[in-house]
Design a binder for this molecule. Structure first.
Ligand code: HEM
Length: 439
């Protein structure tokens, strides 16, 4: 029933600024408090636009699946995303998006993925050796380098080198520019520095794309260069570069976040560590890690689901409302911005009892708390535009976790904060400093 054409409850906050500052300071508490006050749909004003926030499986299903034609990605993401991530899949809609997603899909699924196992393992081994020698280090930045090397090798065909350290740092600068309050492109602002970083990344990727056009190898970029759509057309150079920036960006920031939290929770929960280790030791006794073995780790999968739920790397997704819609009796006009919340959907007590507790058993075959309602576990989004890298990311995280659990011990060093920092990438505040050694 429509409540007299009422717009959702909530506040627009200050003129111009709206409630942007409070949102950026702590996006989780911001949405949670308002959800507790107003329920699964409320209004606010973020990044210069009236915004409707939607929370919970029913609302998320509406946005990601059943009514997705009301929403645009391009019109949704705040301006810094458009400038910094360019004309890539992430910001495309309709036919253009459908065509490009079909071209990119094969590089991240099925037989292509099976070819990636050895490379993922080789790069992981080189880091394990380095960590053994170092003994003490900050894991967040190490994982960032490791996942970046894997992404550049498999997605672009570029081998790890001192150059990749520089590139990964450029991506950090780019990421820092995504959530700026005032996107002024000046040399001393985070946004200005992010644009400069993007330009250097583009310069490098232009070279890489040209090399791959001459000599295609086995990476995702080469597959893209050779891909043809239904009409026999291939992607232009500019577009290839834009998609390559996006794949590199999306392909390592998020995985880094989940791997770091995985290592925190395993260290803090010895009984979970013990069970994941036993599963790995059992598999190790049958032979080396293989594709088949990756499919035989049900408990590690539960642990990864719990990390996705409790420490989701992405807090939510923005959309532009392109057609008026009604939800739960409220009316939302075209032109507004929409945010669906992953963090808060994952924290709802009615779906996940004692939601603040880390407990992989909630995903045991008997409990399956995420199966009560569709769209309850949405760390990778959902519906037709679910994360295109989900299989790649899960494979990578399992390989790294399996090797860590089979052969290494780690402990969290004292005098550091593990408090959650959510933007620009979800991580423990001090990045997880550990002591690391072979078992
Ligand atoms: C732990 C790892 C990852 C997480 C948690 C994650 C999360 C997400 C989420 C939540 C979305 C949907 C956003 C929305 O609905 O607004 C998404 C989309 C996307 N992700 Fe991932 N992602 C991960 C890894 C990757 C990897 C490895 C790649 C590429 C190799 C990737 C590429 C993309 C792309 C291109 C999209 C846009 C898809 C489209 O619109 O069709 N992601 N990801």
């Amino acid at each position: 029933m429509l409540k007299n054409n009422q717009i959702p409850p909530g506040n627009f906050g200050l003129p111009v600024l709206g409630e942007t500052l409070a949102f950026i300071a702590d996006p989780y508490s911001f949405v949670k408090q308002r959800y507790q006050q107003h329920g699964s749909i409320f209004k606010t004003h973020i990044a210069g636009r009236p915004t409707v926030v939607m929370v919970g499986p029913k609302a998320v299903e509406f946005v990601l699946s059943s009514q997705m034609e009301h929403f645009s990605w391009r019109e949704g993401w705040p301006d810094p995303f458009k400038v910094l991530l360019g004309e890539s899949l992430f910001l495309q809609d309709g036919e253009e998006h459908r065509k490009n997603r079909r071209l990119i899909m094969p590089a991240l699924h099925g037989p292509a993925l099976a070819n990636y196992l050895t490379t993922m393992e080789e790069i992981t081994h080189s880091y394990l050796k380095k960590w053994e020698e170092k003994q003490e280090f900050t894991w967040f930045s190490e994982f960032k380098q490791l996942t970046f090397d894997i992404a550049s090798q498999l997605l672009l065909g570029t081998s790890p080198s001192p150059q990749s350290v520089r590139l990964s740092q450029l991506f950090t600068t780019l990421t820092n520019g995504l959530f700026t309050i005032n996107p002024l492109p000046l040399p001393f602002t985070k946004f200005g520095q992010a644009i400069a970083a993007r330009n250097q990344i583009l310069e490098h990727l232009t070279q890489v794309v040209r090399e791959r056009q001459q000599n295609p190898t086995k990476d995702a970029l080469s597959l893209l260069i050779q891909a043809r759509d239904e009409a026999g057309n291939s992607m232009g150079e500019k577009e290839l570069i834009a998609q390559a920036v996006l794949l590199l960006f999306a392909g390592h920031e998020t995985t880094t976040s989940m791997l770091t939290w995985l290592c925190v929770e395993l260290a803090l929960n010895p009984e979970v560590m013990q069970r994941t280790r036993e599963e790995q030791q059992q598999l190790a006794s049958q032979g080396a890690l293989s594709l088949e073995q990756l499919g035989q780790m049900p408990y590690l999968e539960q642990v990864l689901w719990e990390i996705e739920r409790l420490h989701s790397p992405v807090g939510g997704g923005f959309r532009g409302v392109i057609k008026n819609f009604e939800f739960d009796g409220f009316h939302v006009p075209a032109g507004w911005q929409l945010l669906y919340s992953i963090f808060v959907t994952h924290s709802l007590e009615e779906i996940y009892p004692q939601p603040d507790q880390f407990n992989p058993d909630r995903f045991s075959p008997q409990r399956q708390e995420h199966k009560q309602y569709p769209f309850s576990l949405i760390g990778f989004g959902g519906g037709p535009r679910v994360c295109i890298g989900i299989a790649f990311a899960k494979m990578e995280m399992k390989i790294i976790a399996a090797h860590l659990l089979r052969r290494y011990d780690w402990e969290i060093l004292p005098n550091q904060s593990l408090e959650t920092v959510r933007l620009p990438t979800n991580r423990p505040k001090d990045g997880l400093r550990v002591r690391f050694q072979p078992r």
